[in-house]
Design a protein around this ligand. Structure first.
Ligand SMILES: Cc1ncc(COP(=O)(O)O)c(C=O)c1O
Length: 384
C-alpha cells in the first residue's frame, strides 16, 4: 500500500500530546517532535499480529532484532558493531541522563552544544553535575560548532560531551572533519562522547551522509555511547523504545549499574521490540517515501519563511524541525505572539536561544500551508 502523506488525519481523541495542548483553541500544533503521519503499514500489521496473540508478558529482544540493528549500522552507516554492545532502553532522554550519571562524577562537568534539544541542557544539573556549553555559531549561512572557544572553557574535570547529530534544532549533519575535530579535543582532554543520533535516518540533503561518531576510530569506539531509536523516523515515539550502543565493556557496565533498579529492565518493551523489528525489516520503502515528502515540505517552508520580512531560516540538512530566526520582529515573547495568532511552535529559549522558534513540519502539506498563512497574517498584523 503506498503511503499517503497528504492525508489529513484527525488526532483528536487519541490523547496526542501535540494536539491535546491546543484542543479547545484554534491553534495548529507544530511543536513536539512527532509527525502527523500514520506509521508504516508493515509496522501496523506486525503490531496487529502481535496483539492478536493476546498474551503480553515480559519480553526480551529476539536475536532477529539484534541482527537487524547490526546489519542496519553496517548497511546504512558503514559502522561495524557487535550485538553485545546494544543496550535496550525505554527512551533516549533516559539514556542521556544515564550517560551523564555513569560517566561524570557528582560535581564534575558535562559539555553540550548550545542551542540543543533541551534535555541535554537539564541532564547535568538533574544529576548533580555541572555543565559547560559548546556554542553553535552561524557563519556565512552555515551553523558551525565553535571548538576554539570551547577549548578555553574546558575544565580538567570535564568527563562527557553529549552531542546531537543530526542536530535538533538546527538540522546540521556533522561532517567527518567536524567529527574528527571533536575527537581531537576529546582525545586531548580524555572526554567520552554521548552521541544522540536519533535523527540519523532523516537526512534531507542528498549531499550529506550520517557518520556515527563511534565509527571514526579506535579512540571514538572505546570512548563513546551512541543513542539510536526508530521512534522519530517511523513515528512510534509513543512506545518508549530506544537503544544505546556502547562498545567499551567498562562504560557499558557502568551505564547498566546506574540504570539498575531505577530504569526498567528491558523486558517490558514488547510493543517497542515488535515495532522496531518490523521497521528495520520492512520499513525502508516507506522511509524513502517519507524522506521525499519531508524534502518537499522543507523546500516549501524554506522559501515561504525567507519571503516573510523579519523571519529567516537556513536550509536544513536533516530532521523535520525547522529553526527560524524571529529576532528582527523585535517581539518580547515570540512564542506567545504566534500562539495568539493560531500557531503553536516551540520556544527557542527552551533550547538555549530566545531569538528562535522551532517549527515541526512532519505533517501534511495542507496543514503546513495553513500554518504558513497564519504566520504571514501574524507578521503582517505588526505595526510597520
Ligand atoms: C535529539 C533527540 N533526542 C531524544 C528525543 C526524545 O527521545 P525519547 O522520547 O526516546 O526520550 C528527541 C525528541 O524530540 C530528540 O529530538
Amino acid at each position: 500500500m503506498p503511503a499517503n502523506f497528504d492525508q489529513l488525519i484527525d488526532r483528536s481523541g487519541t490523547s496526542s500530546l501535540k494536539w491535546e495542548k491546543y484542543k479547545d483553541k484554534d491553534t495548529l500544533p507544530f511543536w513536539v517532535a512527532d509527525m502527523d503521519f500514520k506509521s508504516a503499514p508493515e509496522i501496523i500489521e506486525a503490531l496487529h499480529q502481535r496483539i492478536e496473540h493476546g498474551i503480553f508478558g515480559y519480553t526480551v529482544a529476539d536475536e532477529g532484532l539484534e541482527d537487524l540493528v547490526v546489519e542496519r549500522m553496517n548497511n546504512l552507516y558503514d559502522w561495524q558493531i557487535e550485538k553485545e554492545w546494544i543496550v535496550w532502553l525505554p527512551g533516549l532522554v533516559t539514556a542521556l541522563n544515564l550517560a551523564v550519571r555513569s560517566v561524570a562524577g557528582e560535581g564534575e562537568y558535562v559539555a553540550a552544544p548550545v542551542p540543543v534539544y533541551y534535555p541535554f541542557l537539564t541532564a547535568p544539573s538533574l544529576g548533580g553535575r555541572r555543565m559547560v556549553g559548546l556554542d553553535w555559531v552561524l557563519e556565512n549561512g552555515q551553523w558551525r560548532l565553535d571548538l576554539e572557544s570551547f577549548k578555553t572553557r574546558l575544565t580538567d574535570d570535564t568527563r562527557l560531551l553529549s552531542i546531537c547529530n543530526p542536530q535538533n534544532p538546527n538540522g546540521r549533519v556533522l561532517t567527518r572533519s567536524e567529527l574528527e575535530a571533536i575527537e581531537a579535543v576529546c582525545k586531548e582532554h580524555n572526554i567520552v562522547v554521548c552521541s544522540d543520533e536519533v535523527h540519523c535516518d532523516l537526512i534531507l540533503d542528498r549531499n550529506c551522509e550520517h557518520i556515527p561518531y563511534a565509527g571514526l576510530s579506535e579512540f571514538t569506539r572505546d570512548n563513546s555511547i551512541t543513542l539510536m531509536s526508530p521512534s522519530k523516523t517511523f513515528n512510534v515515539a509513543g512506545f518508549g523504545f530506544a537503544y544505546a550502543i556502547i562498545p567499551n565493556d567498562k562504560l557499558r557496565s557502568n551505564f547498566q549499574r546506574v540504570r539498575k533498579g531505577i530504569v526498567p529492565d528491558p523486558d517490558n518493551m514488547l510493543i517497542g521490540y515488535t515495532a522496531a523489528k518490523a521497521a528495520y525489516q520492512h520499513g525502508e520503502p516507506w522511509r524513502q517515501c517519507l524522506l521525499d515528502y519531508l524534502r518537499g515540505n522543507h523546500d516549501y517552508l524554506l522559501k515561504e519563511i525567507n519571503s516573510i520580512e523579519g523571519l529567516s531560516m537556513e536550509p536544513l540538512e536533516a530532521t523535520y524541525l525547522a529553526w527560524i530566526n524571529v529576532s528582527e520582529l523585535g517581539l518580547k515573547d515570540p512564542h506567545g505572539f504566534f500562539e495568539e495568532h493560531g500557531v503553536g511552535l516551540s520556544p527557542g529559549a527552551q533550547f538555549g536561544d530566545k531569538d528562535y522558534l522551532r517549527l515541526n513540519f512532519g505533517c501534511s502539506r495542507e496543514l503546513l500551508e495553513q500554518g504558513i498563512s497564519r504566520i504571514k497574517a501574524a507578521v503582517e498584523s505588526l505595526p510597520h
